[in-house]
Design a protein around this ligand. Structure first.
Ligand SMILES: [Fe+2]
Ligand SMILES: [Fe+2]
Length: 283
């Protein structure tokens, strides 16, 4: 085995008694010599589910964060406390984009709710976080990459128009979530592409991953696609474009939503899977 990925937090749970679901995303990534927690969910299910699946959070070599939204970062404090059990322990590297601390909001018919990282930086650092912030593509460990900001190369991936932030002149405006990034693991069987929320656009992400790695064979693509909250035109064009990539297995979760997830299940047949809590992807 080269890689085992276990879904710890997701919007659904199936056939795993004792595990809980909540709107969010977190995956435990194990290679023969490294262990990383990718995203932390909103914070209510991470520790319970890790314990249910015998995931040794304390052995993590670091935490990778896809973007600043609370459904991916809310469990960061409890994850840090689980990994670093006392002040005498070494700090925990947290790999993220500098925008992880920004304020942002979700607009529900004019009502704005805060969707940023719930804890202050200082609180997280006191709990042992050592933030390693970068907006560029980088290699976290041998063969394990974070994309950094993804260039928006398509002309149809407009994203979720209800996610807001403070624009340059201080006004509330649509947030392109530039910090959205994806984890890529280069394995002998092909790339494993683990999405966070895909605010950057699924096809933009795949174009960039293939460009940066020089590889086109994708063993597995899974995670949040954010196709649930976007326009029908984007969904249509993204699914059509997905067929042009060389992908063995496609798993969707979280912000894909049930409607688009069902459609993709129909579209990709045996290559498709749902990434509910407890799903394991092995390479
Ligand atoms: Fe998000
Ligand atoms: Fe999300």
């Amino acid at each position: 085995m080269y890689l085992r990925a276990t879904v710890l937090c997701e919007n659904s749970v199936f056939g795993n008694q004792g595990a809980f679901a909540e709107h969010g995303w977190s995956v435990w990534l194990e290679t023969p010599d490294k262990r990383f927690l990718f995203d932390t969910g909103p914070g209510n299910t991470l520790l319970n589910n890790a314990s249910q699946f015998d995931i040794p959070l304390r052995d993590a070599d670091g935490i990778l964060i896809s973007h600043h939204h609370h459904d991916h970062t809310g469990g960061l404090l409890s994850a840090l406390r689980a990994i670093r059990r006392g002040p005498d322990q070494p700090p925990v590297p947290v790999y993220a984009h500098p925008d992880i601390f920004k304020d942002s909001f979700y607009d529900r018919k004019g009502n704005l709710s805060f969707v940023g990282l719930p804890q202050k930086r200082q609180v997280l650092e006191l709990a042992g976080a050592e933030f390693r912030l970068d907006s560029e593509w980088r290699e976290i460990d041998s063969g394990i990459y974070m994309t950094g900001e993804v260039p928006r190369s398509t002309d149809y991936e407009f994203g979720d128009q209800n996610i807001m932030h403070y624009g340059e002149s201080g006004e509330i405006t649509v947030d392109p979530v530039r910090d959205d990034q994806t984890v890529v693991i280069d394995t002998p069987a092909g790339l494993v592409v683990v999405l966070g929320c895909s605010h950057a656009g699924l096809i933009n992400i795949l174009n960039y991953v293939c460009e940066k790695t020089g590889r086109t064979r994708i063993h597995s693509l899974f995670g949040g696609t954010h196709l649930g909250p976007v326009g029908e035109d984007q969904v249509e064009k993204t699914i059509t474009a997905l067929h042009e990539f060389n992908i063995d297995r496609i798993g969707v979760s979280h912000c894909t939503g049930q409607k688009v997830g069902s459609r993709m299940a129909h579209e990709f047949g045996d290559r498709f899977f749902f990434c509910s809590v407890g799903t394991v992807v092995e390479v």
